[in-house]
Design a protein around this ligand. Structure first.
Ligand code: NDP
Ligand code: OXD
Length: 306
């Protein structure tokens, strides 16, 4: 079995060593132009030339959960596209979202500012029932986040494409239910894949449907958010602020208004990192399953784009 590694912005050597150790019988290499075609590839935003050189590859294993960068390429028509299926990401995402939610809800930034000025002052406690948390995307990550938020006894709502029944989550499905979902939501968490249907979905029209004083936690992809619309709604006082992990342009350009905005918290696309060992174990397990003709989880539906 020949395995090629082609990952933009990622040091390939540890992946090479890990894959080779797990599959000593395989021939694993880091792609260079003109290298022999592979049976399987481990990829992140690979150049088109790599894909053009793999007309008969069996599967492309994306080393992230989101496949939007890959889906923009011309893919070998027969290849399975397989994304990471949790592999240690959902617990990180639950930590990140709960941290952002509780920091906002409990006003910890205000307390920190007061304490910095030597002030011992109380703020009126907020009530959970006044802070329903709406999660867009109830997939691998969204469901884990929903469970974690529910553990803190916030009312939880979720929105997905297909109908779901999840304990402790009021579920909405499909475009027609989006207004009802948004209008009941105080803190909105975006965990959608970036597709033709979801690009720009966080815009003035949708965000203005959140309850007054709403808050956004955006951890999916920069392409979901119309950044100027968020700023306008914060400036107008309809939204209280946002925690943003992803941006239209990454790294966030120097001088971008988000860096210094008092109501926006920025993190550098780090809410759920790819964990190499877990990911290699998952990918290797799937390669072996495919070699035996068995089905694997996390296969992308090319028509839907996720
Ligand atoms: P999944 O594919 O498991 O879940 C996607 C969810 O979105 C599903 O519930 C799906 O609905 C829903 N969805 C997709 N399209 C629509 C639509 N048009 N309308 C309504 N709902 C829709 O993905 P994951 O949970 O694993 O990951 C989600 C995203 O998180 C990734 O695509 C990636 O962009 C982002 N991510 C960000 C990271 C970071 O560090 N910031 C790290 C990892 C991922 P249905 O269930 O009906 O199919
Ligand atoms: C991912 C990411 O999609 O890291 O896994 O954003």
């Amino acid at each position: 079995m020949r395995i090629s590694i082609c990952c933009t912005d990622t040091k390939p050597e540890p992946w090479l060593a890990g894959l080779q150790a797990a599959l000593p019988q395989a021939e694993v290499s880091v792609w260079a132009p003109g290298a022999p075609a592979a049976d399987y590839a481990v990829v992140w935003a690979p150049p088109q030339q790599f894909l053009d050189e793999q007309p008969h590859i069996k599967a492309l294993f994306n080393i992230g959960a989101g496949v939007d960068a890959l889906m923009q390429r011309n893919l070998p028509p027969e290849a399975l596209v397989v994304r990471l299926d949790d592999a240690g990401m959902s617990v990180q995402m639950a930590e990140y979202v709960c941290h952002a939610l509780i920091r906002h809800f409990r006003e910890f930034d205000q307390y920190e500012a007061d304490v910095a000025q030597g002030k011992w002052s109380y703020r009126r406690p907020r009530l959970r029932r006044d802070c329903p948390v709406g999660i867009m995307g109830l997939g691998v990550l969204g469901q884990r986040v929903a469970q974690a938020v529910a553990q803190f006894e916030f009312p939880v709502l979720g929105w997905s494409r297909s109908a779901k029944q999840l304990t402790g989550v009021q579920c909405f499905a499909g475009d027609a239910t989006l207004p009802a979902f948004l209008s009941r939501t105080q803190v909105l968490v975006c965990l959608l894949p970036l597709t033709e249907d979801t690009r720009g979905i966080l815009n003035r029209q949708t965000l203005s449907q959140l309850r007054p004083g709403g808050y956004l936690i955006h951890v999916a992809r920069g392409g979901h958010l119309v950044e100027q619309d968020l700023l306008t709604l914060i400036d107008q006082g309809h939204l209280a602020g946002a925690t943003l992990d992803v941006f239209q342009t990454e790294p966030l350009p120097g001088g971008h208004v988000f860096w210094q905005h008092p109501k926006i918290i920025v993190t550098p696309h780090t809410s759920a990192r790819t964990l190499r060992d877990e990911s290699i174990a998952q990918i290797v397990g799937k390669m072996l399953a495919l070699e035996c003709g068995e089905p694997v989880a996390g296969v992308v539906d090319r028509g839907r784009g996720y």
